[in-house]
Ligand binder design. Sequence first.
Ligand SMILES: O=C(O)[C@@H](O)C(=O)CO
Ligand SMILES: [Mg+2]
Length: 257
Amino acid sequence: MPRFAANLTMMFNEVPFLQRFEAAAKAGFKGVEFLFPYEHPAEDIARELKSHGLENVLFNLPPGDWSAGERGIACLPGREAEFREGVLKAIGYAKILGTPRLHMMAGIVPHGADVDACHAAYIANLRHACEEAARHGIAVMIEPINTRDMPGYFLNLQADAHAIREEVGAANLKVQMDFYHAQIMEGDLATKVNHWLPHIGHIQVAGVPARNEPDTGEVNYPFLFNLLDELGYDGWIGCEYRPAKGTVEGLGWIGGR
Ligand SMILES: O=C(O)[C@@H](O)C(=O)CO
Ligand SMILES: [Mg+2]
């Protein structure tokens, strides 16, 4: 039985962020993830985790100016100083929250940008982030994201992410395989998870195409969860979906599998 972590950015939106920890624990979750903790003091989040016996399994590095459409800055030449500040900020939060892995978003390639220069910036920034994170026993994740939801996003395919991982060559760099994005971009999920499992540091799920509960849509999740058990996957699965009817009302798929 895989371990499921509630994604508190998408789930339990019925209550404000700091109240979602209690709601997730009451619903039976032992782990939680979220995109960005930075609007709240780390100590406030740590208190919620502790009071409700929860583990924080993942969050993202600062993504640049999200409201202006930025989705990470790691592949943007010229933003290295800001990127490095973000690495330190994220590690500072991770140490207080006890978070073992951080997702580093690549970013959207600007129109007309030199793709080779973006690639070089991405590799150099990843090497820096991995080195800093390794000092604290933290792993760094890169996640291929589908081009429908994020047009122009630098990293879209599983094979490309693993090629980047090999090029960077850091032991603490892993791929975050989000089955929702992978199904939209390429499919063949079982073969790919089987092939790359030792280098997958985190998995996320949602129904395709609507990104609702995993028991909605075209992906056979019971089959994939059984496969992960058979393969001995002992990591977390982040429930990164938008509940269609209400978070608790939609949780039947966990018990029902
Ligand atoms: O899949 C996603 O969208 C997230 O995992 C993420 O980190 C970026 O939005
Ligand atoms: Mg994801």
